[in-house]
Design a protein around this ligand. Structure first.
Ligand code: NDP
Length: 324
């Protein structure tokens, strides 16, 4: 591999001069770009082209782009770029929106959920926009599948910087209806699913001596909504308690822990309510109040982008008009 440092905004000029006799991939310091915060960054672009090709610009493919600036640690986006972020429940709603936002800020995202077609579509969209993403079919209630998701991240990207345990359901119903299977599923997805995510990612984070676990709780983990949300609220309170316990156990190992507790946010969550009158209540409420999924994605980004010595313990966010 040739290593050539040169600044230019003109791809054809760089290729003609640098690639003349050598057909191996070349690493070029190729240009300067501005990220959303307006800080100029130097980009390293690695080109590659087919073995028998003439070395024309049109035949070279960009294989990788990295940010080179030594200053990048000081930038607002520095703690996002190149981080490997695993997100469960990324086939819709908050997880999908978070994956896309983090990828736009340079993270390598590893997305999982049960609906593989939806996960594939998320990966495709991120890749088409120039981001890095891979996806897996994952049921978070199955420990082996969550382990496979994290292994996929390590195999492809070499590490796990952030584990976002986001997968969730919200089957609202009064306790008297005895929807015991739905109680079980909420316990399995919200409590066991989060724990399986922790179990899968923690050994790698300990090996790296750094990491960040972000768990999706809810404002209903703070205040009980009943009748209807009793079990949902109990599982989300458990997520908050678990995350605080993790923080106390892991801070000395340089692993940050963050609780994200949203109010009503537009997503597919309300579709998991099977009781018709509860479903109508939730639908009416969300139609009136819900804020976009992107608002939670920005909260996740905020927690990740802080310098390593700053931990955001909890972000509680809700529609301004929501009173509970
Ligand atoms: P969505 O229904 O849009 O997304 C939920 C995600 O979880 C989907 O990707 C779904 O994918 C996935 N999921 C559900 N069960 C499983 C499972 N067993 N294994 C793997 N993935 C699973 O809802 P939201 O985006 O709103 O929900 C995301 C999180 O945010 C949840 O934990 C929710 O409780 C929390 N939250 C949401 C609020 C809101 O108002 N929207 C408010 C407070 C918290 P698939 O079906 O493909 O598996």
């Amino acid at each position: 591999m040739s290593a050539i440092s040169r600044k230019s905004h003109d791809a054809s000029d760089v290729l003609e001069n640098a690639f003349g006799k050598d057909k191996s991939p070349c690493r070029l310091v190729y240009g300067v770009a501005s990220l959303p915060l307006g800080t100029p960054v130097e980009l390293e672009v690695i080109f590659e082209w087919p073995p028998d090709a003439c070395l024309l610009e049109s035949q070279a493919a960009v294989r990788d782009i990295r940010i080179l600036n030594k200053e990048k640690q000081k930038m607002g986006t520095s703690n996002i770029a190149d981080k490997v972020v695993v997100i469960t429940g990324a086939s819709s709603g908050l997880g999908e929106s978070t994956a896309k936002l983090l990828a736009r800020h340079g993270a390598k995202v590893v997305v999982g959920a049960r609906r593989k077609d939806r996960i594939d579509a998320v990966v495709k969209e991120i890749s088409a926009a120039g981001g890095k993403a891979i996806g897996f079919a994952v049921d978070v209630t199955k420990r082996a599948e969550v382990e496979a998701l994290v292994k996929g991240a390590i195999d492809s990207f070499g590490r796990v910087d952030v584990m976002v345990n986001n997968a969730g359901i919200m089957p609202i119903a009064p306790i008297a209806l005895l929807k015991v299977e739905e109680w079980d599923r909420q316990i399995d997805v919200h409590i066991k699913g989060v724990l399986y995510g922790v179990a899968a990612a923690l050994p790698q984070m300990q090996k790296q001596k750094s990491g960040h676990i972000i768990n999706l709780a809810s404002v209903f983990g703070i205040k009980v909504f009943a009748p209807g949300g009793t079990v949902y609220c109990a599982t989300k309170a458990a997520v908050r308690t678990l995350t605080e316990g993790l923080r106390m156990e892991l801070h000395s190992q340089n692993i940050r822990c963050t609780i994200i507790s949203p109010g009503a946010v537009a997503s597919e969550l309300q579709n998991s309510t099977s009781d018709p009158s509860s479903a109508k209540f939730v639908k009416d409420l969300y139609e009136k109040l819900a804020i976009p999924a992107d608002s939670v994605a920005r909260a996740v980004l905020y927690a990740i982008e802080q310098p390593a010595d700053v931990e955001i313990d909890e972000v509680v966010l809700r529609p301004t008009a929501q009173d509970f």
